[in-house]
Design a protein around this ligand. Structure first.
Ligand SMILES: *[C@@H]1O[C@H](CO)[C@@H](O)[C@H](O)[C@H]1NC(C)=O
Ligand SMILES: *[C@@H]1O[C@H](CO)[C@@H](O)[C@H](O)[C@H]1NC(C)=O
Ligand SMILES: *[C@@H]1O[C@H](CO)[C@@H](O)[C@H](O)[C@H]1NC(C)=O
Length: 309
């Protein structure tokens, strides 16, 4: 049972205007001991009622194990390949040929992320290569008529200026014009999504004096934050963080791109020896975020309420 918390920590959710499919998914990290085999994982994912998984690579055993299931798969081009793929259509073609084509369409591959939190985790020289690599991968998918697969990349919260009020959300000035603008243009043109990893835990733990724990755990009954500019009322930190991205995209001229919550969750302890990181808070957070994001009709966030917004 030791593997469950790790396997289960993250959720995959969408908040978007277009496809409003708020199904919950599972991030299938492969770091850790005693992970279930791909076949066992399929059973586990299905027993959790999840209809999506995200993997952090293109592991052929996992892609194969999910053949003929109804589970939608998000897979990844690893960060290390971005520079070479950005320089070579031929390499992009052969990557798609050997990692995607053999599994599609029996495996319901729906999203292909070019890199994982590249701006937060990889050297600067890779950053401007993300979008060119995405374009080349998109070209390859198109050439193979794999039209149902959307291309994106995942971002963490640190691509934004430090959080203040949601309506002041803006991308960091060093990346806004050179990197984020072309990214948003690509996502808009291809009707793809902005993939965002959102961890209220880290925002809370950086400032626990000013942020109430209940507000971060979706447990606040009467704590409310009103954005002084938009007058939108917030009842949890998650919404504030998501709306900061909404306003940041709007500021760059792209108000309508759907947001895909690629990861969320709350650390349940493990290696993180910090206040607030425990099984009880993790269970509370996960229960509440799932409840919010699977509610029908869709709740959305204050800046994007409901499904049709
Ligand atoms: C990228 O291409 C260079 C030059 O062809 C090669 O030496 C290097 O190993 C490649 N990197 C990866 C990660 O494949
Ligand atoms: C709004 O964001 C900018 C940076 O994008 C920052 O300089 C400014 O202080 C922020 N204003 C408020 C009121 O938070
Ligand atoms: C936020 O709450 C205040 C007071 O409860 C209310 O007057 C205001 O209309 C709300 N704002 C929005 C945008 O609903």
């Amino acid at each position: 049972m030791g593997l469950l918390p790790l396997f289960f920590l993250f959720l995959l959710l969408t908040i978007s205007s277009g496809e409003s499919s708020n199904s919950v998914g599972v991030n299938y990290g492969q770091l850790g001991n005693n992970l279930p085999s791909p076949k066992q994982s399929v059973k586990l994912v299905q027993s959790l009622g999840a209809t999506r998984i995200k993997i952090y690579d293109a592991n052929p055993d996992i892609l194969d194990a999910f053949k003929d299931t109804n589970v939608e798969v998000t897979m990844m081009v690893p960060n290390e390949l971005i520079i070479n793929i950005s320089n070579s259509q031929k390499l992009a073609d052969s990557w798609v040929q050997s990692n995607v084509v053999p599994f599609y369409s029996k495996t319901k591959i729906r999203y292909l992320l070019v890199g994982n939190e590249v701006i937060s985790s990889s050297p600067k020289e890779i950053w401007p290569r993300i979008v060119p690599a995405m374009r080349k991968i998109q070209n390859s998918l198109k050439a193979h008529r794999l039209n149902r697969i959307k291309v994106s990349t995942s971002m963490a919260i640190d691509v934004l200026e430090p959080l203040s009020r949601p309506s002041n959300g803006s991308f960091r000035s060093d990346i806004a014009d050179p990197i984020v603008k072309p990214l948003l243009q690509f996502l808009s043109r291809t009707k793809s999504f902005y993939f965002f990893d959102v961890y209220p835990y880290f925002a809370w733990v950086a400032d626990p004096k000013n942020i109430n724990l209940d507000y971060a755990l979706f447990e606040s009954r009467n704590i409310k934050y009103t954005d002084p500019v938009t007058k939108l009322n917030y009842t949890n930190l998650f919404d504030q963080m998501v709306d900061s991205v909404v306003f940041a995209m709007k500021r760059l001229g792209y108000p309508d791109i759907g947001i895909f919550i690629a990861e969320t969750g709350w650390p349940n302890g493990g290696d993180i020896d910090q206040i607030g990181a425990n099984i009880y808070n993790a269970a509370t957070y996960n229960r509440n975020v799932v409840k919010k994001l699977t509610a029908k009709p869709t709740i959305g966030t204050p800046a994007r309420p409901g499904s049709g917004n």
